[in-house]
Every structure is written in structure tokens, then in C-alpha cells.
Design a protein around this ligand. Sequence first.
Ligand code: BES
Ligand code: MN
Ligand code: ZN
Length: 486
Amino acid sequence: MLARSAEGKALDYAPQARVLDGATAGAVGRAAEAGRFVGSTGQILDILAPQGVDAARLLVIGVGCTDFNDAEAVEIASARACRAIVTSGLSELVLDFGCTPETAARAALGARLSAYRFDNYKTRQKLDTAPSLLNLRILVDEPDAARQSYEALAALADGVVFSRDLVSEPSNILYPNAFAQRVKALESSGLEVEILGEAEMKTLGMDALLGVGQGSTRESRLAVIQWKGAADPEAAPVCFVGKGVCFDTGGISIKPSAGMDEMKTDMAGAAAAAGAMLALAGRKAKINVVAVLGLVENMPDGQAQRPGDVVKSMSGQTIEVIDTDAEGRLVLADALWYAKERFQPRVMIDLATLTGGVIVALGMDVAGLFSNDDDLADRLARAGEAEREPVWRLPLTKSYEKLIDSQIADLKNLAGRPASAITAALFLQRFVGDTPWAHIDLAAPVWRKEFTDPTVPEGATGYGVRLLNTFISGYEAGDAQGLQNS
Ligand code: BES
Ligand code: MN
Ligand code: ZN
């Protein structure tokens, strides 16, 4: 709502704030002085029970600039405002950014994403933390245009929320077939969904994927989601491939118990891909996109795969399973090969909570990106930047290939601690052939322990949905341009 001036006279630049300052006999200005208010993005001046205006509370929110149509700044400011009010006891919030309809739609997106909660399993809420906000109004000159602009963003928010819900669910509820059924329900949004069971995967030769799930009483599944939005339904699709390990105990190479509960999020790659598909269908994207999700549970058991076992992947390549905790790459080996063989995609992007090593390398906010194609890598990096879902490219170092060669099989699934995110990516690369491919190792940013971005609450972030949605928009724009030129 407000801008920052070089001298710190933030209010001078914001017409709405000047009006309110007048109405409140200077209270807004005095509060700004008293609160060191400079109008930085998301900074809030909170005036309770103001005199002279018909409101219980008056929030003045910084957008960090004098451009009231900086969509990202307005999205963040709106999210901050909602977070300040959502459990305040107040039931209505009116936002006035004095912006265009398009920017107002971004304010709505920010509000929706910031208000996300996963409290399905709370049978009681404390009075002071129960949500109170019921109505949000955004003032704008052309409400119809704003509503129109919001349609595609509402679809995006649906995708992010779908993904966050999947990642938040505990693994006794969200096991592979339960995940598959939730994806199947997306057919009502216009997506085509097939669910393959263990017998079908066995026939296809997917023993790498099936080996991971064989110690679990929950059966493995492969979900295939198709969106055919291109003029030609047969046109080669963009393909997403997701790691969907619904729980990762490590298997016989069992993980330490401290923090093991977080391994319910080991399906976040599949959740991001599924959420993106929902967003694309919701906004009727003009392109063909496919998602292939490998859904398994990695458990230790009398039936479980042993360290040292050798399995044959669908590609025909044999894999020595040195460590049953390096299971994601075994699942993706078959899912990637299947996606490539069946769909011959124009590009293929896998998303996986694949390694602890990528967290060591890049920290909690950034995902690792690997690719055999510079154009694809650039597109993903730009989309991530635009959506505050950053990726950073790491190398597919050729001289490390020997680290995944096995003495008795074609390759092995463990290469030791050094460069473990890279050797995992090199492993995947052996299952993509010549397809332009990228791998996003999002082990860190799918779960957040502290707030940094007000549109992303603590817990499941839905990381990847916004990135993929914007990445796809780039292809749609390019395809439309191509059609015009031909
Ligand atoms: N799911 C984990 C990776 C992970 C770690 C995700 C921490 C999120 C937070 C993966 O299956 C795994 O266990 N990776 C091991 C591989 C190792 C045994 C080669 C790792 O990175 O430590
Ligand atoms: Mn593991
Ligand atoms: Zn895992």
C-alpha cells in the first residue's frame, strides 16, 4: 500500500495512506514515526481501534517501492496482511492497494497461499490460534477484470494446496494406493489418470521400482496423469516424473530414528508434479503435459530387499543395491525409462527428494538442478527465480561416472559421501537416453521449519508447483509464437 522514500517519508508516496492520515487526525503519520515505518516490502504498521475510520484495526503495509503494480511486492504485502489478521479474532479484511486488476489478482493469490493450514487432525483448537478470518475483500476499480485475471492464479493456488496437503498427510493415511486414489480423483478436473498395479509393473519389467516396495505391506503403484491441451492431442508432451516414496525408513539400511518422521515428505516430488498437473488443467494450458509418479513405501521386513541384491530395471540395465536407503534413484530409474519409452517427450523433468547431500550443498531454500540441456536448465532457473522457488545448477561431472560402476552389475546405487547429489543425478542420467532431461533435487525446500516468505507457511511448502506452472507457460508462449510464424 505504501512506498518508501529516500528520506524515509514513506507515507508521502501513498495516496491511500494520506487520506487515512487525514481521517485519523494524523494518527497514521504519528504511528509511522513511532514504529520506524519505511514501507519496506511486507512491513506493517498496525493501528488498533483507530479514531475517525470505521474499522477495528488499520494496517498500513509496505510494498518496498513506489510502483503499486509491482505484482510480487503486492502479493507478499497481501500475504503479510492476511497472516496478521487470520487468527486475530477479526472476521473481515479489506485490502486496498490502489493497483490494476492484474495486480489485485496477485494480491488474492498471496492471501490464499498465506492462509493455508493443515489442521485436519486437530479435534480442538485453542481460542487464540483458531482462524477467525472469514471474508477478504480486495478493492479495485474493475472487479470483473480482476476476477478474470484471478482465474489462472486460482488454478495455481489449487495446485499448490493439493501438493501441500499430500506432503502434510501422515504416511499411515497417505500410502501409495491412497496417493494414487487422490490423483485418480483429479479426473473431475479434466485430467486423464491411469493407475498401474504391481502385476502390470512386473510385466513391464520394473524390478528396480518394485524392489523398493517389496518390504512393505502397502502395494506399489505407478500413476500416469495426462493433460492434452495442445491443438494436436498427439503432439509430443512435456513430461514430469516424480519420486513418490510415501515413507522412507531406509529399508534394511535403516535410518536413525531421530527425525525419521520427516521421511513422510519423501513423496514431495510426486506431489509437486501432481499439483502442477492440477494447476495446468485448471487454467486449461494450451500444451500436452504428462506426469509419471512412482509410488512406493520403503520398509524393512522379511520380504525386504537386501543390501547387495541385484535387480534388473525396465531399461534392461542391472543395478547392484549397495544401500537400500538410496531408493529414490531405483524408483526413478524405471519411471524415467517408462516415461521416455511410452511418451517420447520433448523434454523430461524429474522432481525428487533425492539426497541429503544437496541440503549440505545448497541449504534449505534452494533446490539442486541437473540437466543435459542448457536451454532446459535456463528455462527452469528463470521460472524458479520468478516464482521464488529458486534452483541452482550443479554439474553432471563425467569423471564421477566410474563411482557408480558396479563390479558385478551394470551400475550400483551408492557412490559414497563425496558429491552424493551429483552421483545420484549421474545414476538417473543412465535412464534418460538422448531425451532433453532435467533433475530437480528438492530435498530441502519442500518442508519449512521457519517463516521466510509469508505466502509459504511452516510445514509443507508446495515447492515446485509454481516453478513448473511458469516453466510450462514459457513453452505455451513459444508454441503460440511458432504457430504464428508458420
Ligand atoms: N529421502 C532421502 C533423502 C532426503 C534426506 C530427503 C533428507 C529429505 C531430507 C533419500 O532416499 C536418502 O535416503 N538418501 C541418502 C542416500 C544415501 C544412502 C546414498 C542420503 O542422501 O543420505
Ligand atoms: Mn532413502
Ligand atoms: Zn528417499
